[in-house]
Design a protein around this ligand. Structure first.
Ligand SMILES: Cc1cc2nc3c(=O)[nH]c(=O)nc-3n(C[C@H](O)[C@H](O)[C@H](O)COP(=O)(O)OP(=O)(O)OC[C@H]3O[C@@H](n4cnc5c(N)ncnc54)[C@H](O)[C@@H]3O)c2cc1C
Ligand SMILES: NC(=O)c1ccc[n+]([C@@H]2O[C@H](COP(=O)([O-])OP(=O)(O)OC[C@H]3O[C@@H](n4cnc5c(N)ncnc54)[C@H](OP(=O)(O)O)[C@@H]3O)[C@@H](O)[C@H]2O)c1
Ligand SMILES: Cc1cc2nc3c(=O)[nH]c(=O)nc-3n(C[C@H](O)[C@H](O)[C@H](O)COP(=O)(O)O)c2cc1C
Ligand SMILES: *[C@@H]1O[C@H](CO)[C@@H](O)[C@H](O)[C@H]1NC(C)=O
Ligand SMILES: *[C@@H]1O[C@H](CO)[C@@H](O)[C@H](O)[C@H]1NC(C)=O
Ligand SMILES: *[C@@H]1O[C@H](CO)[C@@H](O)[C@H](O)[C@H]1NC(C)=O
Ligand SMILES: *[C@@H]1O[C@H](CO)[C@@H](O)[C@H](O)[C@H]1NC(C)=O
Length: 693
């Protein structure tokens, strides 16, 4: 882990692979993409007229020539869409807007005038599936009997489009969305401008793929539409105004509350991705027995919330940025003295959306609403060059923005966040000339982080447990470790709960009592996301679980549930758990619990361990799986369910490979056939993954 490359960084974007459907459609207000803040929360949208779903009308009435549609799950595609829209405006004066694919109808795409252009920025999920917000569009456009308002021939002869896809080559259906939608549009006679762009997360080159694709695309578009490039001018997307007469104590000022109800101090459900429940943490403890690494077990009480969960679901934790980084950010941007000033933010264009509720303060924005600790994009650095505090810094920013090797060396390899980057480049000078709008535009809004629930809902219906390893990575050439935002926030909450004297020993100083100090006791904002990572409905089916490290989290819940079923006299099938960690004495998660469960489940339960740092050679879960080849194969023949959870980067793939090998050897069939068999297991949900990086 000493080496840190951009692929690691990219990999750390929230990740989960496999056959699960992550966002149960229709659960969250029927809105597909999880938008966390007020922009899509009905409570803050009072008095707004109903929005049109007619894109032709929308472009017409807002005087736009270009719409950039995005299909996005975790926000990357949405971010690229905004960047394209901004670049079109600043370089070519093209009137652009960004739109969520779920917000419009498409049956009148044929009625778009010839002079307009439609851009698509599309991520791919699952088995080559669309993001939730793109499902309807995809089904429409790639459907068998697509028909439009007018019956021209070809139907979309007037449509000019541009397409970029986001994908990951380690998935079988690489960039399937952009490929299929491009095909469908071309079949309908639409004219593509430029190449179909494809960005690859796996190689860690998403950003560079995007940059390399967009320049020729703009040239082609400028030719086609007769645009002329001008000296790029920065035009703020948001207008920031001081809220006259308001102080931070005024009741209408958002100090980090996610929506109006929270602002008003009303704790009211339904709680979901737009409205977190501020849940009491009733218990917290350390699971590792080694200095320098932490793994937290926490019990989160949902009994007062009306929330419910099922074994195998995910819980989302809404983090707060550490005080140390908040201060650094405000300091380097020259906002320290204004941190508590109240501001209002409006989009400068009616099609724009402010990503968080206002009026608010700089402090609240930086602490609660923006992702300030994340990796920095090279393009963002380039856009900040004109606002540098001195000529030297300006030249440096321009160089970093245009030279990917220097950027890698000076910024990415050191894992600097934006404020650290500005400190490094600016020396003692503050960056007071950066318009605050540029910071809002260039940084993502804060995302909740997901955790696999490690308890069984059958055993503890109103208490959710999580098992979270605290992210702290040594970076060569840096004195301070790179700390994960959420897990260190949870660690600080645990320390508060235990009145730990060395509390905040890592000096990050989180504000733990929440906006307006309303988090009484030890509390954390959460919501729950349902998953398809589930035990077989018939408990007598055998199961095989592979979960090294924190990957064991959901399996703790699974085994708890099987114990309860056993105690209730149900017929419980064979239950195999492959668990791996470094050393028995250091990071063996839940050892005593497994011993208790073994007493109940007896020969129904086997825990098979792999300790990677005890012997001369590494032993991993997949090696142990191989040792049990015969039994694994027999259980699969009895229709065992196979589950993998944990590290997506290598482990999950290697387990898949080993399983193919086992099936091939045990059944005497070619590997290709065994591979097909495993694929069919995935399709029929007999092989389920819950993996992340
Ligand atoms: C479905 C799902 C289930 C999950 N279940 C669990 C679970 O049960 N247990 C568990 O422990 N985790 C789980 N995770 C992972 C979890 O969601 C978080 O990603 C993880 O805890 C890190 O969050 P964080 O906020 O602490 O770190 P973040 O602040 O999000 O940082 C994550 C990592 O990104 C890198 N990074 C951060 N900032 C920078 C920078 N400026 N430059 C370069 N690199 C940077 C660092 O390596 C850091 O460790 C799950 C994820 C998913 C998607
Ligand atoms: N790319 C990365 O740097 C990366 C990726 C995932 C997790 N992590 C970090 O690891 C820490 C702990 O996470 P965790 O508890 O989930 O896991 P962990 O403690 O890192 O790993 C659990 C066990 O899995 C082993 N393992 C490593 N690579 C494997 C592979 N390819 N196949 C099978 N097993 C493998 C580990 O062995 P060895 O460690 O001895 O090899 C260890 O025994 C976190 O801080 C996280 O940041 C880092
Ligand atoms: C659970 C999951 C499944 C994915 N499935 C695919 C896939 O089948 N094909 C592919 O090319 N990329 C796949 N990807 C990669 C995403 O498309 C890529 O990470 C993208 O940047 C996500 O964009 P977003 O942040 O806008 O949602 C998957 C990513 C995740 C997390
Ligand atoms: C399509 O039909 C609508 C009315 O439904 C009409 O207003 C429009 O001009 C037509 N467009 C084209 C391109 O034929
Ligand atoms: C909880 O659920 C009950 C029964 O469905 C309902 O009457 C009540 O209003 C809900 N409370 C909250 C806080 O949502
Ligand atoms: C702000 O940054 C300067 C260095 O530029 C540093 O000397 C000062 O202590 C910082 N102030 C705070 C409050 O962090
Ligand atoms: C792409 O997939 C690979 C393998 O599953 C994984 O290493 C990596 O984390 C993924 N990249 C991202 C950023 O999602």
């Amino acid at each position: 882990m000493a080496q840190f490359s951009t692929s690691d960084i990219a990999a750390y974007a929230v990740v989960l692979l496999g056959t699960i459907v992550y966002f149960t459609r229709g659960v969250y207000w029927g809105v597909a993409k999880e938008k966390t803040f007020a922009s899509s929360y009905p409570g803050t949208k009072r008095n707004k007229p109903a929005k049109t779903r007619n894109i032709v009308e929308k472009l017409e009435e807002s005087n736009k020539d270009c719409v950039v549609f995005y299909g996005s799950q975790t926000g990357t595609a949405e971010d690229y869409a905004s960047r394209l829209a901004k670049e079109g405006k600043s370089r070519f004066g093209l009137e652009t807007m960004v739109a969520d694919l779920a917000d419009y109808d498409y049956d009148n795409l044929d009625a778009l005038p010839k002079g307009k252009v439609v851009m698509f920025v599309l991520a791919t999920y699952g088995e080559g599936e669309p993001t939730d917000n793109a499902v309807d569009f995809y089904e429409f456009i790639a459907g068998e009997d697509v028909s439009f308002s007018n019956s021209s021939d070809p139907p979309l002869g007037n449509l000019n489009f541009v397409a970029f896809g986001l994908g990951n080559t380690t998935y079988e259906h690489y960039n399937a969305m952009v490929r299929n939608i491009n095909k469908a549009l071309e079949k309908l006679g639409a004219q593509r401008i430029g190449m179909v762009g494809e960005g690859d997360d796996a190689a860690g080159t998403m950003e560079e793929d995007f940059l390399a694709w967009k320049d020729p695309m703009w040239t082609a578009l400028a030719n086609k539409m007769g645009l002329t490039e001008r000296e790029a001018v920065y035009e703020p997307v948001f207008v920031i105004t001081a809220a006259e007469g308001l102080t931070k104590d005024a009741p209408e000022v958002y100090l980090g509350e996610p929506n109006t109800m929270h602002l008003e101090g009303v704790e009211k459900g339904p709680f979901n991705a737009h409205n977190p429940y501020v849940a009491p943490i009733t218990e917290s403890r350390e699971l590792f027995t080694v200095e320098g690494r932490n793994c937290l077990h926490m019990e989160i009480d949902i009994s007062e919330s009306n929330l419910s969960y099922q074994t195998g679901d995910h819980i989302a934790i809404w983090p707060t940025n550490p005080g140390k980084e908040v201060d650094r950010f405000l300091n380097v941007t020259g906002l320290l003295s204004k941190r508590d000033s109240v501001i209002s933010i409006e989009p400068s264009d009616p099609t724009g959306k402010v990503p968080f509720p206002t009026p608010t303060t700089y402090d609240a924005i930086v602490r609660y609403y923006m992702e300030i600790c994340a990796p920095v994009s090279r393009q963002f650095v380039a856009t900040l060059a004109p606002f540098a505090p001195n000529e030297q810094a300006k030249a440096e920013m321009t160089k970093l923005g245009s030279n990917k090797e220097s950027f890698q060396e000076q910024i990415s390899d050191k894992c600097l966040n934006i404020a650290q980057t500005l400190e490094e480049i600016g020396g003692q000078d503050k960056w007071t000339a950066i318009p605050f709008s540029a910071l809002i535009e260039g940084l993502n809004r804060m995302q909740p982080r997901y955790y696999s629930i490690s308890s069984s809902s059958r055993v503890q219906k109103s208490k959710i447990s999580i098992t979270a390893v605290v992210e702290s990575t040594h970076i060569p050439g840096r004195t301070d470790a790179l700390k994960g935002v959420t897990t260190n926030y949870l660690l600080a909450l645990k320390q508060m709960q235990h009145d730990d004297r060395s509390s905040d020993s890592n000096g990050l100083s989180y504000h733990l009592t929440g906006p307006r100090n309303r988090h009484i006791g030890v509390r954390v904002p959460i919501h729950i996301r349902h998953s398809n990572f589930k035990l077989p409905t018939d408990p007598s089916k055998p199961i095989i679980m592979v979960g090294p490290g924190t990957g064991v989290a959901p399996f703790r819940g699974f085994v708890q549930e099987r114990v309860a079923q056993m105690k209730a006299g149900e017929n419980v099938g064979k239950t195999l758990l492959f668990f791996g960690c470094r050393k028995q004495t250091e990071d063996f998660l839940y050892l005593s619990e497994w011993e208790e469960h073994k007493k109940v489940l007896a020969d129904k339960f086997s825990l098979i361990t792999a300790f990677s740092r005890e012997g001369p050679a590494k032993v991993y879960v997949q090696h142990r799986l191989q040792d049990y080849a015969k039994e694994v194969n027999e259980l699969l023949q009895e229709k065992a369910y196979f589950y993998v959870c944990g590290d997506a980067a290598n482990m999950a793939r290697e387990v898949n490979t080993v399983l193919v090998k086992i099936i091939s050897e045990q059944r005497g069939i070619p590997e290709s056939e065994a591979e097909e068999f495993v694929k069919s297991m995935r399709t029929s949900n007999q092989y389920q993954e819950d993996v992340w990086s």
